[in-house]
Design a protein around this ligand. Structure first.
Ligand SMILES: Nc1nc2c(c(=O)[nH]1)N[C@H]1C(S)=C(S)[C@@H](COP(=O)(O)O)O[C@H]1N2
Ligand SMILES: [Mo]
Length: 506
């Protein structure tokens, strides 16, 4: 009962911040700000553990954890107050509010400096939480002082009424905030966009790119993996968006969405790969991207020959960085379209970078707002202080899609299938060996573009028992995929994908 008072007051405080988040685009529930600051400051070992334990659910775990901690603290506050420690509790609530305000007002230095207005949700939330707490604990005291009284005495009833009122109030206030915040969502501006037609359409892939039993050549937007540090998906209306090109250039450029669409638009099929993809993993996908060429854009700005790094900044403070040298003619894009649609919100709407051959963390900034020309010895992009390599070309890799590890299949003819990639160089061969025997060449599907993965397959006469299937790719540059195993950190996993399959008597 006492604990409940604390929790109710805390809930009303949070509900207030939720209401404020519905009033102004840049205001939000400070739980997200605290979460963001935790993510930014987490030591590398902790980030690694979180990803290993929770995978892509790490965000839910983080936010849930903050809410649980707040809930437990509030409950404890309720108990403390009943033991005559109300002043201490009030001071503690102020401290928690101040932490929220601090988290909200000191965002990533990359985006902006100290922003006093951002403290408003936490400040008002704290005031409301305190007021509710005082109001409820007053009623509680009155109820307790009439010990002998029955549940029907006015003070007891008053207490129950007040608690119910606060609970209902919190629900209504939070729901109102949620409702109001919907007008900041940009899903409808995205729906309203008609994508421009490319000057150079990508080739019609036909069916020759697809090998049997390999993952589909194009990954649908829905199935495309998502990796980012954003706790809430940035909502950027194209009308409010600009892309700036700054730093070591002859002239700064600023493009609106309309300016961007007016430039020559190209379409390219590119396989995006995450450095965290383990051998055999699925943090990789291929899409048909629509956008403007980054090399063209840089040419209009005039790049200082001393610049050796291109940094892509996101509205959320994230940065990537890759060598100027990477723009060697490959189709690096400021992309606005993905598989025939405007970029989905979670994939970076309204614009993002896509650079063939460089792991996503170092090249593929989503919710892009600025491209800065600089030097590697002057700036470390987001993951560099967290232990990842500053430069990260994608490694030669292959994956077995069918069969899956420990699948049971029937004896007889069976087609092994998979994908192999070495963007932007291309794949020349894939070889498979069974039970450590000789390497056998797989059949490759056609190559659509050196910057996409290539499908492969191999017919096999499966005999009863347990078999180990292993694959390796051979690059267009002659390199043979190494069997030496290394972890994703610091610059991408290596090793052969190996699966064990159980073959039953036919
Ligand atoms: N703003 C922003 N962009 C980002 C990231 C991020 O955390 N924030 N993560 C990068 C990483 S690690 C990868 S692998 C790709 C993934 O892009 P996707 O989510 O569209 O598949 O986005 C990159 N761009
Ligand atoms: Mo990544």
């Amino acid at each position: 009962m006492l604990a409940l008072l604390g929790v109710l007051s805390g809930a009303l405080g949070l509900a207030t911040t939720e209401l404020l988040a519905g009033l102004r685009r840049t205001w939000r529930n400070p739980i997200f700000d605290v979460g963001d600051r935790v993510v930014e400051r987490s030591p590398q070992a902790l980030t690694k553990l979180a990803i290993e334990w929770f995978g892509t659910n790490d965000k839910v775990v983080l936010l849930g954890g903050i809410i649980v901690v707040l809930g437990l603290l509030s409950a404890w506050f309720g108990v403390l107050a009943a033991r005559g420690r109300r002043k201490i509790v009030l001071a503690a609530i102020v401290i928690i509010g101040a932490l929220g305000a601090l988290a909200a007002s000191a965002p990533t230095p990359a985006i902006s400096g100290w922003e006093p207005l951002q403290t408003v949700p936490s400040a008002l939330g704290t005031i409301v939480a305190i007021a509710a707490f005082v109001w409820l604990t007053d009623a509680e005291r009155a109820a307790l002082s009439t010990r002998a009284a029955t549940a029907a005495t006015p003070s007891r009833r008053d207490f129950v009424l007040r608690s119910t009122g606060v609970a209902l109030g919190a629900g209504i206030v939070a729901a109102t905030g949620r409702g109001l915040a919907r007008r900041f969502e940009v899903a409808s501006s995205r729906d309203a966009i008609t994508l421009p037609t490319p000057m150079t359409p990508a080739p019609d892939p036909g069916t020759a790119i697809q090998a049997p039993n390999a993952a589909p050549f194009f990954t649908t937007n829905r199935d495309f993996y998502r990796i980012d540090t954003a706790l809430t998906i940035p909502q950027i209306a194209p009308d409010d968006w600009t892309l700036r090109l700054t730093g070591m250039v002859e002239r700064d450029i600023e493009l609106t969405y309309a300016d961007l669409v007016d430039r020559p638009i190209e379409e390219h099929d590119i396989t995006l790969t995450c450095v965290s993809n383990v051998v055999g993993g699925d943090l990789i996908g291929t899409a048909r991207w629509l956008g403007i060429r980054l090399d063209d854009l840089l040419e209009s700005a005039g790049v200082d020959p001393e610049a050796d790094q291109i940094v892509g900044r996101s509205i959320d403070g994230y940065t990537c960085g890759f060598p100027v040298e990477a723009l060697d003619g490959r189709a690096a894009l400021v992309a606005i379209g993905m598989n025939g649609e405007p970029l989905p919100l979670r994939h970076g709407f309204p614009a993002r970078l896509i650079v063939p051959g460089i792991y996503g963390y170092a090249s593929a900034t989503k919710w892009l707002t600025e491209i800065e020309l600089t030097r590697f010895d002057r700036f470390d992009h987001y993951w560099v202080p967290r232990g990842y390599a500053a430069q990260a070309p994608i490694k030669l890799q292959s994956r077995i899609d069918t069969p899956r590890g420990l699948d049971r299949i029937a004896a007889g003819p069976f087609v092994i299938g998979g994908v192999a990639w070495h963007q932007p160089i291309g794949i020349d061969a894939v070889e498979v060996r069974i039970d450590g025997d000789d390497w056998i060449a797989a059949t490759l599907a056609d190559e659509l573009d050196e910057s996409t993965w290539r499908q492969w397959s191999l017919p096999w006469d499966a005999t009863p028992g347990r078999h180990t299937i292993e694959a390796r790719a051979i690059s267009r540059n002659g390199a043979i995929q190494t069997e030496d195993r290394s972890e994703p950190l610091p610059d991408g996993a290596t090793g052969h994908h190996t699966v064990v399959v159980l073959v039953d008597e036919a």
